[in-house]
Design a protein around this ligand. Sequence first.
Ligand SMILES: Cc1ncc(C[n+]2csc(CCOP(=O)(O)OP(=O)(O)O)c2C)c(N)n1
Length: 623
Amino acid sequence: MTKYNLLDKINSPDDLKKLDIKFLNKLAKQMRSFLITNVADTGGHLGSNLGVVELTIALHYVFNSPIDKIIWDVGHQSYIHKILTGRKNKFKSLRKFRGLSGFPKSHESEHDCFNAGHSSTSISAALGFCIARDLNQDDYKIIAIIGDGSMTGGLSYEALNNSSKKNIIIILNDNHMSICENVGGIAKYLNELRTQPIYINTKQDINNFLNKIPVVGKNIKRLIEKAKGSIKYLIYSNTIFEQLGFNYIGPLDGHNIKKLIEVFKSAQKLSGPILIHVKTTKGKGYSCAENFPAKFHGTEAFNIKTGLPINKSKQSYSQVFGKAILDLASKNKKIIAITAAMTDGTGLNYLFNKYPDRVIDVGIAESHAVTFAAGIAKNNFIPVIAIYSSFLQRAYDQILHDVCMQNLHVIFAIDRAGIVGADGETHHGLFDISYLTHMPNMILMAPKNKLELINMLEFAIEKYNSGPIAIRYPRGAAQEILLEYNQEILIGHPEIISRGENLVLIFLGSMGQEILQVYDKLKANNLNPGLINARFAKPVSQDFINILREYNYIFIAEENIKSGGFAQSVINKFLELEIYKNNIFSFALPDEFVEQGTRDELLSLYKLDVQNIYEFVLKIILK
Ligand SMILES: Cc1ncc(C[n+]2csc(CCOP(=O)(O)OP(=O)(O)O)c2C)c(N)n1
């Protein structure tokens, strides 16, 4: 008998349903152990998954997936769901190249009915499923599971506002944590609700209640019938969800499987929009994760006994940014930093620890963060938004309409720009050059190393105050290449590292590490290439173009998709100047969604690694 004797028997929700309810707590224990052992090896979103073990078991015990639809918000907490739906044998490959995804993926399983990765989408998606079900006159349940952190995202309220009369079940998984402590009025409100006694308020219950009233005279009962709304007020405090038309049930203990099953079974019989408020503990059952929930929200491989990471990590760009912004903000009181629920991830924790009032966490609300920053900038303060590239996608119109159109001095520190690795297609930052460089007034820079990031930040805050300005830098270790090259930053001007002749290699930001090696290999092959650090994805200056005119072959490398990327901006600039130039070659990601994998694996998949670039350059120039 293995230590997973119950779990071993479960390869589908049907297997789970065969288990007697009295074994489910034991199963939960085995699942926790399985999860901790596996995630300690692969890394992943441990805390959130430990928190939903009982909730997910109860969901699959009661509902009938894949006929009933279970829709996860963000999807980082879907590991238990994956284990229960036939994927436990793939957990060794979790988040690895060509392995199991850390998020719901329809191509993996019919039980993953809607893909996610970004927050606050589940209720909207579920409502879409409801419309389709109802038009088809089908009859099954649609359940959206959303965390309290994700409820700080505006999209979820747009969806709640649109839920009236739909047969939808929303499960609010409330662990009072986003990645860090959840923030704002909604978090405060939910905290108050969490401490209330359980409260089941459905129309059906009110009727039951009325029927049970002893006969005190028909008139009184009629009077009460008339005043159902006010009775609710008298008997129960009224929640915001009820006011939006939901039947509210909660708060429930999210680790009590029996109770969860009972309530889910009752909810199955009800109609109309239902919100079940479930209290859970992030990291439940693993003390390191319970004590340090932010650290174990998403973790690298770690030692189970100590909770410490197995690999020592080098200083990251986020840390370099975090220390630099602290330094600048200590000297300039006008600087206000903004984060959308990523204080630690972006490195703003350094500033927050010293000056908590100078970092504003707006919750998972990227669109709001940007317009909020625009308001701050309009009043002559200096807002710095630190944000991941893929999450900034959420705020396209706010950048365009509220910031760029008014040409406001808002600074965007765009972290995780480029390949991010294990989180995969939803999280790669491969679009920001494309979505920012076509916006009038926007300036976009990318540093080649840590020192240049510090200089660019200082330039953006202290020297450039004519409008919006952004710096993109990748996930992971801050580069230390070419530290001896430290020319002054001038708008639109590249840094010429070596003039060379005939061919020139141009890199933007993170691709410096590969291109420098290609350059060395070409030199070793008795060639004399030029080497240029582009620095600016926008603007591309006429001076830059004049320099490039001298070369017969131009190779441009960037960590962005080709479409709308930096190389295309260079080509456009040539066209704008009516200079017709052949032989411009682009090294960039193709027009497709890039799967999960390490940066090295993905660069070689797309022939963007040193050897492939080198061979391509040789092939072209020796043709
Ligand atoms: C649009 C967007 N912004 C930021 C994130 C990063 N992120 C992932 S999970 C998370 C916190 C979610 O909190 P909650 O919904 O309460 O889930 P929990 O992990 O606490 O279960 C954040 C901020 C994201 N996935 N999507």
